[in-house]
Design a protein around this ligand. Sequence first.
Ligand code: GLC
Length: 540
Amino acid sequence: MEENLKKHLWWQEGVIYQIYPRSYQDSNDDGIGDLPGILRRLDYLKWLGVTAVWLSPIYPSPMADYGYDISDYQGIHPLFGTQADFDTLLDEVHKRGMKLILDLVPNHTSDQHPWFQESRSSRDNPKRDWYIWCDPKPDGSPPNNWLSVFGGPGWEWDEATGQYYYHAFLKEQPDLNWRNPDVRKAMFDVMRFWLNKGVDGFRVDVMWHMIKDDQLRDNPTNPDYQPHMATYEQLLPVYSTDQPEVHALVTEMRQVLDEYNERLMIGEIYLPIHQLVAYYGIDGKGAHLPFNFQLLQLPWEAPKIAAAVAQYEGVLPDGGWPNWVLGNHDQPRIISRVGREQARVAAMMLLTLRGTPTIYYGDEIGMRDVPIPFEEVQDPQGLNMPDKNLSRDPARTPMQWSAEPNAGFTTGRPWLRLAQNFNRENVEIQKIDRFSMLSLHKRLIELRQREPALTVGDYKPVYADTQLMAYIREAPGQARFLIVLNLSHRPGYFKLKDRSISGTIEIATYPELEGMVVSERINLGGDEGIIVRLDDSIPS
Ligand code: GLC
């Protein structure tokens, strides 16, 4: 990179790829993905061009919430392998010049964690205060009206000690009391354990839940609640989440990371944008990347998305690095939300916006949500609210590697059924097809990583209407790019009012357009997106 470009950190220049380990690659025929399986696929990830891999939890867990209920923060679940397997994986990731990010789940443990076992053993156990215990109301009911995200009340009665404990998620996931300094110390030591091994960072689970109102006040009713929504949304979680004190805590976690060189802290935070950006912390001493889920949540409409990007760019604090997410293990897959054609446009958007992109495994081959028959549903969110279509299983199905049985994922019985069309939609087939979703991803990543304007350059919105959005990415002394995305199925016409454009289409969602010289006016077919390398003569 040229000297006049500011130096950026690995996670600013990189592309993150999320793996749901249960579903990536099985190596021992038990139908469940594991660490040696991931190891076998590292060359694929390197080929794809991603630079960092985030693993959903791999720790010992009773699997009530598929690993987000941890019973030992410093171990590896035997289903996934051994500590030696982990060390090998970390080493091999590093050997390929990539980074490894672990999931850290500090808000709650499993109810089988020894800390909770002790805590629930008696009211005067030294670890009693590590969790959120509270007396019932005089009539025996829970201390307040807080609800569990996964349905039902947020409080569970403990007969033996005559108190309730709070769980934001399942009753098997009791919330830790982060106001207790011993809890902080214990979890910071967990972080150090992995950082000492050389892990490059954490994705911190439900960061905005970590501290609750100290008076445990009732949450207010949500005036916009509709019956199809999760029961949790009946209330606005104003006292159970996003408390002012959480920011000091995030800063403390960041300080632990800062004891090491260039480690990354991502925060999982579902909040409106103004509240979200507060998690960068004062003077940028909070999370490096508070996950930005806007593309997962907004209606897929050009004016709304263009406005959201502009708003996000506008409220980012000084030095706050943007990021974009198109899919994860909790949300419907992008292709199932916006359709096959628009998923290509979405990929182009994700990989050309300013800020670190996160790709969810399988989205690079256009995996769809797989309909899981009711009797096969595994996800507790789906099981607890069966009539609301909230199961997350459809987005967690095994990776489709090839047309072999079970798509090459396992020779055993897969823990979750695979997409029926895996013999047509898989890595092996798409690798050799220039028009495939996989080829599009690989080329977009390659261009992004090669061109400083796309990796770290500025973002300039230039146009948006009811169908199209367009922006320029540029960096001092570097090639500049115009990105025009048609978010509709109908043709759209693009022309800049106050200046002329000329350049060559470098990548298009329909590759037939590539190499075409454009000037003045650009006519885009429905679902087309293009990246134009602008001629140098263009005034900025
Ligand atoms: C996060 C995880 C989700 C999990 C929940 C409780 O939202 O992404 O999968 O169920 O936290 O840990």
